[in-house]
Design a protein around this ligand. Structure first.
Ligand SMILES: C=C(O[C@H]1C=CC=C(C(=O)O)[C@@H]1O)C(=O)O
Length: 406
């Protein structure tokens, strides 16, 4: 507990080697910049809410406690919920191993997971989701709302816990360039509950004065046929609905970041990036912080939730989500990441993820709804996004859409 942290660089040669050390209750986060394995929990705060000042105070307390108990270079890892009213979980791992990013192209050795699902239940049902999208379309005409991200989940009854390490290895081998994570969510160290995922979206990285944000919005499912796959990527670049959906996110992030930055570079338009299953419109923003003492966690808290996971205007979108979605998001569409004592760190959006519990798994996905969206297309988009987690678990699932009229 009170031992100093090991040297900054882990003894492992390859970052994916760190995955071998991931046990129950441990935390893992990998990005194009760093790979972290947090073993055990030395100090933890479950906050009363996830408002920026609450998170800031909790982080200060954690660093103070860690320092007072002899930790050298303490690093906070954690989970921040979608909703500001919910509790965040921030902790300093007992032991922290780090590795530089992999540049060799090596992937972790994996064995396919063959999850035995006793049942797979959509929560809410596909028709509920289509109805929610329809209701959002009505709200666009009747209220100030002009974008809302509506999500749904699948509950997979497994009967036994899924091996988080094996699942994460699959995710890393499918999406090595993404933000791959497994963070404990349970009440005790031997609790297997965790949030595991392969997010493509960076809310914020802080390196000294420099901040980088990489919002994504506007998406289309990839296709097995290479020609069709390419056509879909090209179509996305010129899709009016997707470009509008994307611009709303970039505008909101620019509006929130600008006052915090001395300089902010905003590209003229988005590019397309691919994951295993999706093409996304993507914009990389780079700025220089006006106040370099502002931590990555504080910048993340100031931006979250962006219209990539909530909508605009924020209040109307939040209200629409609460009244239309029909389930609690918890950490899904929240943030996962880390922050060190200098303030450097990364916070990725908790998407393309699943909550692992003792006898079941919940897989989540959402899609941005704007005027011109179609309920059926958004349903299919969420199904395609869920495939990242379902594929990694070795599960097949198709929505029964006989009751959807949209
Ligand atoms: C909420 C999700 O995606 C968001 C992030 C990227 C693209 C999105 C979209 O195109 O709708 C969503 O805004 C999800 O993947 O569950």
């Amino acid at each position: 507990m009170n031992q100093p942290f090991p040297a900054r660089l882990s003894p492992f040669q390859a970052p994916w080697g760190l995955l071998e050390g991931l046990g129950t209750g441990d935390a893992f986060f990998s990005s194009p910049a760093i790979t972290l394995l947090g073993r055990g929990i030395a100090h933890q705060r479950r906050t009363a809410d996830a408002r920026p000042t609450t998170l800031d105070n909790a982080a200060r307390e954690l660093f103070d406690t860690a320092r007072a108990r002899g930790h050298v270079d303490p690093v906070i890892m954690g989970l921040i919920p979608f909703d500001h009213a919910d509790s965040a979980r921030l902790f300093v791992p007992e032991e922290l191993l780090r590795a530089e990013p992999d540049t060799s192209g090596a992937r972790p050795a994996t064995t396919p997971l063959d999850t035995a699902a006793r049942s797979i239940t959509p929560e809410p049902a596909p028709e509920h989701y289509c109805h929610a999208v329809d209701s959002a379309l009505t709200l666009f005409d009747a209220t100030a709302l002009n974008k809302v991200v509506l999500a749904r989940s699948l509950r997979v009854q497994t009967g036994a816990p899924i091996d988080a390490q094996a699942l994460l290895k699959r995710l890393v081998s499918i999406n090595p360039q993404g933000y791959n994570f497994a963070l404990p969510t349970g009440d005790s160290l031997d609790d297997t509950a965790s949030l595991v995922g392969a997010s493509p979206e960076l809310l914020i990285r802080r390196e000294g004065h420099r901040v980088i944000a990489n919002p994504l919005a506007g998406s289309i499912a990839r296709h097995d046929d290479a020609g069709e796959d390419q056509r879909r990527a090209e179509g996305l670049c010129v899709s009016d609905k997707d470009l509008r959906e994307h611009a709303l996110v970039v505008d909101a992030i620019v509006a929130a970041l600008q006052p915090l930055c001395r300089t902010l570079n905003v590209p003229e338009g988005p590019e397309v990036i691919g994951t295993d299953r999706m093409w996304h419109l993507s914009t990389t923003l780079e700025g220089e912080l006006a106040d370099p003492s502002m931590t990555s966690l504080a910048v993340a808290a100031a931006l979250h939730p962006t219209p990539a996971v909530c909508g605009t205007p924020w209040r109307d979108a939040h209200q629409a989500i609460k009244s239309l979605e029909g389930f609690e998001r918890g950490y899904f569409t929240g943030l996962v990441g880390w922050c060190d004592e200098t303030g450097d760190g990364e916070w990725a959006i908790a998407i393309r993820c699943a909550e692992l519990s003792t006898d079941h798994v919940r897989v989540f996905a959402g899609a941005g709804v704007v005027p011109g969206s179609s309920p059926r297309a958004e349903l299919e988009e969420t199904a395609a996004k869920m495939r990242t987690m379902l594929d990694a678990m070795g599960l097949d699932y198709e929505d029964d859409t006989t009751d959807t009229t949209a």
